[in-house]
Design a protein around this ligand. Structure first.
Ligand SMILES: *Cc1c(COP(=O)(O)O)cnc(C)c1O
Length: 493
């Protein structure tokens, strides 16, 4: 299947591209994104057929439905990476926590956050395409803390790939930072930026569209790609696990096939919930998608009012930093799907020139038939983390934001799955603050030790080992100097 552009075609770029093209070069005309020409409709018995199949088989069949131009061998090699998760047969388990509430744990991969679900196989596929084409790629990633470690991990020492990753200095947890700065692959560069995540992401977008930067790289025979969730190569792997949620509920005798459920997704760049939106359109019986935000409530406002307005908004640094966002990239794919390319371009042109856009009433209503949204705050999250641990379930602060949606947004009495996007080990000081209901400043290491002892919670080896690892990457710079720094890195190796 081919891919087309969310803002229409500029007459320079090809009108349609293959899956490989779309993931190697993810920026489309007018600054838009690539989307599949149409979504595959899965056969009626798709769910029934997969009840006794494992995750890899489910993933394989969904990838096949998209008719992507990737060989079976490369797909198999990519899916084999789920063997590095805690349980390869079931890499993202669904756990019952209340009569009608289930947690889909997406953090059982090597870097303990949901980004591994997509980035692990994506990295493998990208590297194998690059090798086949005999092309070299620089992957740029901007991270608020979880994409960086997952992208560095998946591309580490991969042939024909170099990776440079930018993170906001001081904007990540110790664990997240160590996961990046201790990486010792010979094709990796990690750069701390003085600024917040939006600064890092804006810098990334600027680089991706910079002609001078592209020329510099071309001189060295290197092409540019991105591992952020603007890349459809990630989105496609984020469709699969929503089917898995549903299959698990049937397997656990919690629902019957065709029974509708709610999904609650803690959102930032809107990639995770976009995957759910696509799954719904492909036939998964989802009643509605419930979008959870933190104090950075831009997504809540967009869905509830139809207005996306960042004119007077400042990014707030919260205890669920992976959701700290003002400009959410993947809402564009939803808008394309609901309103078409012409209107999408118009709305994003508005956003670029006025820092806001406004949907019509009809458009807003359409959006609200698919999504409901609510935001919470750190105080609420802390209460929920404690409440759930008192009942025996330990969750991270991103997961906790989902409970507000669970409590307030359901209009029907249906089973609900909330998405747990990170393990508590990545945000242990916040979790310990919640458990003690205090505001002490804990070091990650102390909080990890205390929680794991007190609650008999398991510490994975790759988290434990971070604190004795050597720090390799020490670069911290202003965002104006990023281009220069990356060119230096390319020349060095
Ligand atoms: C990336 C991330 C999110 C947000 O996911 P999006 O796909 O960007 O909406 C939420 N929680 C955690 C822990 C994450 O790493």
């Amino acid at each position: 299947m081919n891919f087309i552009e969310t803002r229409g075609n500029d007459g320079i770029k090809p009108k349609e591209v293959s899956f490989s093209e779309a993931i190697l070069n993810p920026s489309a005309s007018f600054g838009g994104l690539y989307v599949p020409k149409e979504l595959p409709k899965l056969e009626d018995n798709f769910i029934q057929k997969h009840l006794d199949k494992n995750y890899k088989k489910l993933a394989y069949d969904i990838l096949k439905a998209f008719e992507i131009d990737i060989s079976d061998e490369d797909i198999d090699n990519a899916l084999k990476l789920y063997d590095n998760f805690d349980n390869s047969e079931n890499p993202c388990p669904v756990v019952k926590v209340k009569e009608d509430l289930f947690v889909h744990e997406q953090y059982h991969g090597p870097t303990r956050a949901f980004k591994d679900m997509a980035l692990q196989p994506f990295g493998s596929i990208l590297s194998s395409i690059a090798k086949k084409r005999d092309e070299k790629y620089l992957i740029l990633a901007a991270t608020s803390g979880d994409t960086g470690p997952a992208a560095l991990n998946t591309f580490k020492n991969k042939e024909n790939i170099k990776i440079a990753c930018m993170y906001p200095d001081g904007g990540t947890s110790d664990v997240q930072r160590l996961q990046m700065v201790c990486e010792d692959g010979d094709n990796q560069k990690v750069i701390g930026i003085k600024g917040n995540f939006d600064d890092a992401q804006t810098a990334l977008k600027k680089l991706l569209s910079s002609q001078t930067f592209k020329k510099e790289l071309e001189n060295d025979g290197i092409k540019l790609s991105a591992a952020n969730s603007v890349n459809f190569g990630r989105i496609i792997f984020q469709i699969i696990y929503h089917f898995h949620s549903y299959l698990e509920l049937i397997r656990q005798n919690e629902i019957k096939n065709n029974e509708k459920i709610y999904l609650v997704v803690p959102s930032g760049n809107f990639g995770n919930v976009l995957g759910a939106f696509y799954a719904k359109k492909m036939g998964l019986p989802i009643e509605k998608l419930l979008v959870a935000s933190n104090e950075n409530n831009i997504l809540t406002e967009w869905i509830n009012t139809g207005v996306y307005d960042i004119r007077d908004k400042e990014l707030i640094l919260t205890k669920s930093p992976a959701m700290d966002i003002l400009k959410s990239s993947n809402i564009e794919r939803v808008m394309y799907d609901l309103f078409g390319e012409k209107r999408t371009k118009e709305l994003f042109d508005d956003l670029a020139s006025n820092n806001m856009f406004k949907l019509s009433e009809n458009e807003r209503n359409l959006l609200q038939t698919e999504f409901s949204a609510i935001n919470s705050d750190d105080k609420y999250g802390a209460i929920k983390i404690k409440e759930f641990l008192d009942e025996g379930y330990l969750m991270d602060p991103h997961t906790a934001t989902c409970l507000k949606a669970y409590e307030h947004l359901k209009e029907k009495d249906l089973k609900t799955v909330i998405y747990s996007t990170a393990e508590w080990t990545k945000f242990s000081p916040t979790v310990l603050n919640a458990l003690k209901q205090n505001n002490e400043k804990y070091a990650d290491k102390d909080a990890l030790d205390e929680i794991s002892k007190k609650y008999n919670a398991k510490l994975p080896a790759n988290i434990k080992n971070l604190f004795t690892s050597k720090i390799i990457h020490k670069t911290i710079i202003n965002k104006e100097n990023i281009e220069e720094e990356i060119v230096k890195f390319i020349r060095e190796n």
